[in-house]
Design a binder for this molecule. Structure first.
Ligand code: GDP
Length: 368
């Protein structure tokens, strides 16, 4: 499964956010969480479309798709030099597919900040510097060796890699992440093989106070964070989440939750926004199955074709794939019944080259 690793300086609210995630995940009806690693938090991906599909095509149960967060505790200044178990942290980050970077954006005199004052930009810079330094070290190790081979002119792959390294090195030396560089598809493949920390997509989470819950972007630090990221880490995103309050919400029963959210003037927990933003960050999309005993959401990667997607449900579906009978959620929602969708000619018979779209409701036909 794909996973987003939660990083951040000590005392910014990482554990609080992770606890909120685990508590929310423990509510899940269909997940055997006894098997989960304590550093991994599984959550359901909230999706209102499931309830609507189930209303039109009723089934016994609704099954959400899930998403995983990993708690990567304790990165500190000097991690790239192997200080404070630094290597272990960097290694844990390397295993993740995306990074959720928590910074402190709440004021509370009772909670000390490691650098003495609340300064989210400084939080971002401190951690990113460690990641940039770690990447520079791995690049430098390769640079001279690959340069030597490339200069012989006899190795196309080495030449291509050297060109990429030449593109990356000065950006890292400027303190900027590799994800801020634009690469073409061939270069992207090479970059992927370098396993760099700063090439991973990042979602910044500003841990805001409860008072900013109804309007996270109204948090006083938010404008400067956005400005900083636009200039220094384009392509990344920031959302405001009140970690402390989210942990409390995750412990409430449905009625309490509803009442509390109404009182706060928000439609849904901030955790839902976090889950959806992380999902999107990884290029993940959702398709549905319906009409059997359950109405179910499944995760696939943007750009996957029908047989591959069928294989997510069962490998037999991929092996014996014949076609995908597909209806888009918007059509089902609009016409109100499968019958009406068919009569309007909106049921599509898609073959093996069909690129599955977010919101597709699919019935796979296959040979056994
Ligand atoms: P970590 O070291 O980054 O994992 O930080 P913790 O999650 O342990 O949080 C550090 C301290 O800040 C704890 O005392 C939390 O209760 C507190 N804290 C976390 N989030 C919030 C918040 O949103 N508001 C306030 N006021 N305190 C918070």
């Amino acid at each position: 499964a794909l996973t987003a690793g939660i990083v951040g300086l000590p005392n910014v609210g990482k554990s609080t956010l992770f606890n909120a995630i685990t508590k929310a995940g423990a509510e899940m009806a269909n997940y055997p969480f006894a098997t989960i690693d304590p550093n991994v938090g599984m959550v359901e991906v909230p999706d209102k479309r499931l309830a609507r599909i189930d209303e039109i095509i009723p089934a016994k149960k609704i099954v959400h798709t899930t998403f995983e967060f990993t708690d990567i505790a304790g990165i500190v200044k000097g991690a790239s030099k192997g200080e404070g178990l630094g290597n272990k942290f960097l290694e844990n980050i390397r295993q993740c597919d995306a990074i959720v970077h928590v910074v402190r954006a709440f004021d509370d005199d009772n909670i000390t900040h490691v650098s003495g004052k609340v300064d989210p930009i400084d939080d971002i810079n401190t951690i990113n510097l460690e990641l940039v330094l770690a990447d520079l070290e791995s690049i430098n190790k390769r640079y001279t060796r690959v340069e030597k081979v490339a200069k012989t002119g006899r190795d196309k792959d080495a030449q291509a890699e050297f060109a990429v390294l030449q593109k990356i090195k000065p950006v890292l030396e400027e303190g900027k992440p590799v994800r801020s560089i634009e690469f073409n598809d061939d270069e992207k493949k090479i970059v992927k093989g370098l396993f760099l920390l700063t090439s991973k997509p990042v979602l910044y989470v500003a841990n805001i106070g409860e008072e900013d819950m109804a309007d996270p972007d109204g948090n006083k630090y938010m404008p400067e964070i956005k400005k900083f990221l636009a200039e220094n880490d384009p392509g990344s995103e920031v959302i405001g989440v009140a970690a402390g309050t989210e942990e409390e919400i995750a412990e409430m029963d449905d009625d309490e939750k509803k009442e509390f959210l109404e009182m706060e003037g928000v439609e849904e927990p901030g955790l839902n926004r976090l889950i959806r933003a992380s999902y999107k960050l990884l290029g993940l999309e959702t398709f549905f199955t319906a009409g059997g005993k359950e109405t179910r959401a499944w995760t696939f990667r943007h750009g996957m074709k029908a047989p591959q997607v069928a294989g997510i449900i069962h490998s037999d579906f991929e092996r014996g794939f014949i076609r995908a009978e597909t209806v888009s959620f918007d059509d089902l929602d609009k016409y109100g019944s499968m019958q009406a969708v068919k009569e309007a000619g909106k049921m599509r018979l898609e073959g093996k080259d069909y690129v599955v779209q977010d919101g597709d409701i699919i019935e796979f036909r296959f040979n056994v």
